[in-house]
Design a protein around this ligand. Structure first.
Ligand SMILES: NC(=O)c1ccc[n+]([C@@H]2O[C@H](COP(=O)([O-])OP(=O)(O)OC[C@H]3O[C@@H](n4cnc5c(N)ncnc54)[C@H](O)[C@@H]3O)[C@@H](O)[C@H]2O)c1
Ligand SMILES: O=c1ccn([C@@H]2O[C@H](COP(=O)(O)OP(=O)(O)O[C@H]3OC[C@@H](O)[C@H](O)[C@H]3O)[C@@H](O)[C@H]2O)c(=O)[nH]1
Length: 386
């Protein structure tokens, strides 16, 4: 760790980071990276700590004095401002961010993504502290191309679908499509952070993650989360594969996504943390434009990769179609396509993603198999016995 320098060759000083939402998927990977590869200190704030338990116990690990866990719900805890004041930088990851909640719990979604983030922005601004705020690629909503006729040749033109931080519009569906409650709340908090920068000099960076995936993402229903819960697609499909049941393709699985390996994405966040002069005042797409698939193709690839890593043959009917109304309920809608433009992050931080979709699925599904296969088998045999 000695002699670490930033992108401009300046020595990197140790800082204290207040990480809100540190116990989640992204937070757990970021904590791991900061503790194992940097000298920085982490004030980890969350209501849960299961995903960072391995970093907190036993107290003898070499970084024991560099991480503190604070079990705090930021909705209503006066300790938050004190922690932000103690830190040099605050990173806010806390959010409700699973699509199954956006249309079924729209109030919780809006409160979590906008109202609950307000004090964090305010305390950073008032105390002159730097903020890295986690937004989402969903702020782009649908592509312009989605509104062109199906056979229009313009649909092939990147100008109609590549998503750029400084020029693309944010296109959401009607209010009754409550799916967009999340994207809209995230957009408004982005605008607020930006305005605090413009009017009050807040030093900020906004991150727009494009489908980061990897180990510890969400939960496997009935094993380490509610049986009826619907996590994001990686965990839904992992759960289906573990239970040897067909993967459910919502509305035919035609939507397209670009998936990036969590470990590649975390490299980008570390560059933002350690290069404030290059990251402040910017909004960054963080994704892998080379890893685009339809959800159907993702299902097919995950089925193949899982067969390889588990040694089990795939089932006869690997996928089935379900309607979005049946799967998510009333008010669901979808982003059609998400390809991040990488110009700004490339120019400012020289960062590029590395891992192919096949490789990231292979390491992630190896983890899923090792972590869950036995527990799923036991849970299934109990259900059959009953
Ligand atoms: N994973 C992705 O691909 C992705 C994509 C786009 C945006 N994001 C954004 O990145 C951030 C982190 O996402 P994630 O995938 O790690 O999600 P996650 O759900 O795993 O993590 C969020 C964490 O925040 C905590 N939290 C929520 N409300 C809280 C509160 N009131 N007080 C304290 N802690 C609270 C949760 O307990 C959870 O541990 C979110 O803001 C999300 O919108 C993630
Ligand atoms: O079992 C499933 C689950 C999901 N899907 C589909 O798979 C696609 C991806 O679904 P995800 O649950 O990963 O969520 P989305 O990509 O739509 O949104 C996510 O993207 C960015 C973040 O802000 C959030 O983490 C989340 O909103 C959607 O088209 C969804 O309808 C299935 O076809 N079957």
């Amino acid at each position: 760790m000695a002699g670490r320098v930033d992108l401009d060759g300046n020595p990197i000083k140790q800082i204290t980071i207040c990480m809100i939402g540190a116990g989640g998927f992204i937070g757990s990977h970021l904590c791991e990276k900061l503790l194992s590869e940097t000298p920085h200190k982490v004030l980890a704030v969350d209501v849960y700590s299961d995903k960072i338990k391995h970093l907190l116990e036993p107290a003898t690990v070499t970084w024991a004095d560099r991480i503190q866990f604070h079990r705090i719900n930021i909705k209503n805890d006066s300790r938050l401002e004190g922690l932000i004041k103690m830190a040099d930088l605050t990173i806010n990851l806390a959010a409700i961010c699973t699509p199954a909640d956006y249309n079924t719990r729209p109030l919780d979604t809006i409160y979590s993504n906008f109202i609950d983030a307000l004090p964090v922005v305010k305390y950073c601004s008032e105390n002159g502290k730097r903020l890295i705020h986690f937004s989402t690629c969903e702020v782009y909503g649908k592509t312009i191309g989605a509104f062109l006729p199906k056979d229009s040749p313009l649909r092939q033109d990147p100008a109609y679908y590549v998503l750029k931080e400084d020029t693309s519009p944010c296109i959401f569906g009607p209010i009754e499509k409550q799916r967009w409650s999340y994207a809209c709340a995230k957009q408004l908090i982005e605008r607020l952070v930006y305005a605090e920068g413009a009017e009050n000099g807040l030093e900020f960076t906004i991150v727009r993650p494009f489908n980061w995936i990897g180990p510890r993402m969400d939960f496997i229903p009935g094993i380490d989360g509610p049986s009826e819960g619907v996590p994001r697609v990686l965990a839904c499909f992992s759960n289906n594969l573990l239970r040897r049941e067909p993967l459910k393709l919502v509305d035919g699985g035609e939507s397209q996504r670009t998936f990036i390996y969590i470990k590649d994405a975390i490299e980008a966040v570390l560059l933002m943390i350690e290069n404030p002069a290059r990251a402040n005042g910017h909004i960054f797409n963080v994704g892998n434009p080379n890893n685009e698939v339809t959800v159907r193709q993702l299902a097919e690839m995950m089925t193949k990769v899982y067969a390889k890593v588990s040694g089990e043959s795939s089932i006869e009917t690997p996928t089935i179609d379900v309607s979005s109304k049946e799967f998510y309920g009333e008010g669901y809608d979808d982003s059609d396509k998400r390809i991040p433009d990488m110009t700004i992050i490339n120019r400012q931080l020289g960062w590029n993603p590395k891992t192919s979709l096949w490789d990231l699925l292979e390491s992630t599904l190896t983890y899923q198999h090792r972590t869950y296969a036995e527990a799923v088998k036991q849970a299934m045999s109990k259900t059959t016995a009953n």
